[in-house]
Design a protein around this ligand. Structure first.
Ligand SMILES: NC(=O)c1ccc[n+]([C@@H]2O[C@H](COP(=O)([O-])OP(=O)(O)OC[C@H]3O[C@@H](n4cnc5c(N)ncnc54)[C@H](O)[C@@H]3O)[C@@H](O)[C@H]2O)c1
Ligand SMILES: O=C(O)[C@H](O)COP(=O)(O)O
Length: 466
């Protein structure tokens, strides 16, 4: 990766961000073009100025890992860091001026919040889940979203293994009892996990990891998924959720939050489960209907549950789960035997957080500095090899537009006075993204190019890197 100095000086690129203040450094050839241009023309295009990494503002929330802060600081970006998420009004205020934002699972980037983000080009979810972001609204505003698809999968799978054994041995209850001095040595209804059946709902990155670990401990594994997925080891895919529920001793959920997975486990599903079976949810709080789980446990149908995620989670450490009136079931759940509650820590290990910081931090940097959207979750994936560092007066055009016929013809007409060194375009849903490197461009051309692209009818966002 290029150093910040290389990027600012040799790479001669500009990040075209409307409304951001100019802190241009004065050493690159392109910048002297700009200086000339500014002398001769009283009113340069406000948005058009040479790229300086020092102009880039990044807002990091929810204690994003130090590895990401280091990556951004090494680039010279301005980093504003918060340990927790922010209330919506503060978030709206903060998001107005930043070019990038890094969040985890708590920060809700709704269409309402995003409409205030005047300069935002990219969102980094430093986690797996992206349900907290309105992905469509972001794409339609030309904002790419990246996540970390599997850096914390192993951590979640290990936690679930620990929970399976803890539930089977009623270890949580024994520990709570002895913390208050009560010696209660019991073997009734305490089990080995060897030979028991684990039913995994959602056999993706986490479900598959869990399957391998559980089999290594002697469990039989079955899984249900909406798509056909190759079995690992001796595990077997079943064709319906009911098949899984009727056979499993332990049921563990590993599906994303979607309308289809809302209350995936509710009263009818608990009724379909084996007597004395166990429920684990480390996916999303919407997936398990907690009041229905409480009833099934009170009825003796379910022998224990481990819950890591909740429909309404506190925004920061120290806040009380019970204080949100939407969690009115919380005290009843806590009064039950053999219930393990954890504060959404499935992915919270040093290893996972550090890997996520590097992965998402690098993806954001590549998008900001080069326009590469490889790995974006809401956006066409477009990348070109790096601009030729020795070649002066080369400009990278990044043009995000509505996916309608005729746009390419219009854009290529605008670019046609220059040599198009390379070009790549792709679309996803309603949004398309064109990237082109053009040569023999001077600053006057850049201004004109930018204005012409900005005036095209289906434009969403334009950036020129030079
Ligand atoms: N507790 C935590 O800290 C923590 C950490 C990481 C991830 N998660 C959550 O776990 C979820 C799963 O993570 P992953 O990396 O395994 O995701 P993944 O996308 O790799 O796998 C999800 C699987 O669920 C399947 N699926 C989707 N809808 C389904 C349905 N209605 N019924 C059955 N299967 C369905 C998909 O086909 C896919 O195979 C994430 O979306 C995230 O919300 C939680
Ligand atoms: O989506 C995820 O990766 C997990 O839910 C972890 O979220 P967190 O980073 O907010 O702990």
């Amino acid at each position: 990766m290029s150093s910040p100095q290389q990027i600012a000086q040799t790479f001669s690129q500009a990040l075209n961000l409307s409304g951001s203040p100019s802190h241009a450094v004065s050493t690159s050839p392109t910048q002297s073009y700009l200086a000339q241009y500014m002398q001769n023309n009283k009113k340069p295009t406000k948005a058009l100025k040479p790229f300086s990494t020092g102009d880039i503002k990044i807002l990091l929330l929810e204690n994003v890992n130090q590895t990401a802060i280091d990556i951004f600081s090494n680039q010279g970006y301005q980093v504003e860091f918060y340990k927790s998420s922010l209330p919506e009004d503060e978030l709206i205020e903060k998001i107005k001026d930043v070019h990038a934002i890094g969040i985890r699972s708590k920060t809700k980037l709704t269409a309402n919040v995003l409409k205030h983000a005047r300069n935002l080009v990219v969102i980094g979810c430093f986690c797996i889940g992206t349900n907290q972001v309105d992905l469509e609204a972001a794409a339609k505003s030309g904002i790419a979203v990246f996540n970390s698809p599997f850096s914390n999968s192993r951590s979640v799978a290990e936690l679930v293994i620990a929970e399976i054994i803890t539930l089977a041995r009623q270890l949580g209850d024994r520990s709570i009892e002895l913390h208050t001095g009560t010696w209660n040595k019991v073997s009734s209804k305490c089990w080995e996990i060897r030979g028991k059946t684990l039913g995994i709902i959602g056999y993706g990155h986490i479900g598959a990891q869990l399957s391998v670990l559980a089999e290594a401990m002697g469990m039989n594994v079955i899984y249900y998924d909406i798509i056909m997925i190759m079995s690992l080891g001796n595990s077997k895919q079943v064709s319906t959720l009911d098949d899984l529920l009727s056979q499993a001793d332990f049921v563990s959920c590993h599906v994303p939050a979607t309308p289809e997975t809302k209350n995936l486990l509710s009263a009818p599903q608990f009724a379909a489960m084996k007597d004395g079976s166990y429920v684990i949810n480390a996916s999303r709080g919407t997936v398990v209907d907690i009041p229905a789980l409480i009833q099934a446990m009170k009825a003796g149908k379910i022998a224990g549950a481990a819950i890591d995620v909740y429909p309404h989670e506190p925004a920061k450490n120290g806040e009380n789960l019970f204080s949100n009136e939407l969690n009115s079931w919380a005290s009843e759940l806590c009064s039950l035997r053999n219930v393990i509650l954890s504060p959404h820590i499935g992915g919270s290990t040093e290893e996972a957080q550090s890997a996520i910081g590097v992965e998402v931090g690098s993806a954001l940097t590549k998008y900001i500095n080069e326009g590469s959207s490889t790995g974006a979750v809401n956006f066409p994936e477009v990348a070109l090899r790096a601009l030729d560092l020795d070649q002066q007066n080369t400009v990278r055009v990044l043009y995000i537009h509505q996916n309608v016929p005729g746009v390419l013809k219009t854009v290529n007409n605008i670019l046609s006075n220059h040599n198009i060194e390379k070009q790549f375009t792709d679309s996803r849903g309603d949004v398309a993204y064109l990237m082109a490197d053009i040569s023999d461009v001077d600053i006057i051309d850049i201004k004109s190019l930018y204005e012409q692209l900005e005036q095209t009818p289906y434009k969403i966002a334009t950036r020129l890197l030079y």
